[in-house]
Design a binder for this molecule. Sequence first.
Ligand code: URP
Ligand code: ZN
Ligand code: ZN
Length: 460
Amino acid sequence: MKKTLIKNGTVVTATDTAAADILIEGEKIAAIGRDLFHSPDTTVDATGCYVIPGGIDAHTHLDLPFMGTSSSDDFETGTRAALFGGTTSIIDFAFQTQGRSLKEGLATWREKAAGRAIADYGFHIAVTDFNPTVHQEVRDLIEKDGVTSFKTFMAYKGALMIDDKQMIGLMNEVKKWGGLVTVHAENGDLADSLIQQNCEAKNLAPKFHALSRPEIVESEATGRAIDIAYAGGHPLYVVHMTCEGALNRVREATKRNQTVLVETCVQYLLLDDSVYERPGFEGSKWVMSPPIRKPKDQTALWNGIDQGLVHTVATDHCPFCLDQKAMGKDDFSKIPNGAPGIEHRMELMHSEGVVKNRITLNRFVDLNCTAPAKIFGLYPKKGSLSVGSDADIVIFDPKVQHTISQSTHHMRCDYSAYEGWKVQGKVRTVYLRGTCAIDKGQVLIGKGFGQYLPRKKFKE
Ligand code: URP
Ligand code: ZN
Ligand code: ZN
């Protein structure tokens, strides 16, 4: 078995920081310690760099048919871009088509990814129609397919949304077999009614997307989902949380000892709703749901991380090129919802989080790597630097300064949500299951290297 020794780096985990060497043997981490005495095939000098676990982005949408088009990154281009940014595993969403089975949805997405994905990947299943057949499928998905998390939409009525009764039924079934329900918490009826009002008033510019989905749309649905979960004694994971109001519903729930896990996304921590005031149609670049919020919400989210109320940072990577965004040129409600981000999550969180003293280095690792692995049943195979774990390792140079741009990124999207942002800290080298995947700006592995990740039950 090939042996690689990473020497002289600072090993950083979710809990510890230490000067140590890491020995990789084959696909696994074989040893961690000071001055390891081995005769490796390759020695890599990580002087001045952090050595961290490969990142896990638990919220991506590659090759997703949505709002009359498809997200522009497929499993090859999207996972390649992820690797450049130090993300070695993703959990994407397989969607059930309303009236069809979950199995069909999963099979469709496994086909999209197999032979294409370069990084490792698993799936949540998006349940868009909880009918009696679906009821029967939940156990198999969890126990046979390793799909242990189920996404529900409280918005996008007619396409993705399920009602409260269906959500209750799903939560009951998922709990029986040890899975976790996750929720896109927006009140779909309220959003639809505000969209209609704005369209009737001829308020059609991109900023009216955000104005049709104000904070209350999200905080009401978040509170309702939390209450429904509480009534049944279920854990709940809230995806892409954006705002103070929703976070306060979580804060309330902790007072009754309820388990509510919260994901936010980089864009909600770093951007504010002034993006919708950009000239012309430019605001469409940030049309996503929920929308980008106000500076007070960014503050609330950073504080939420500090207070332990926010557990993971993902991207909700769902890119559309500008000609796709232009589908809504004359009507914001037709702009495909989503933005690119998979490539820059780790570097942005380091630069804006660690360098600016908003989070510690260990918390950075926890939010981006370890907590998603633990919550979604991948730990300690993924998200960990331990003997026996997959050798998914990032050598990260915290001193390198660079500028994010569409002209240099690897995502298949003709704009960047962070164009011109100056960032401190850059991914230098990435190992995926012991193989050097990225080094000094070059990708060294190809299409199909990524493996499917069956996941364990919640808290198993
Ligand atoms: O705008 C978004 N977030 N697009 C992707 C679908 C979703 O709701 O996560
Ligand atoms: Zn969503
Ligand atoms: Zn999403």
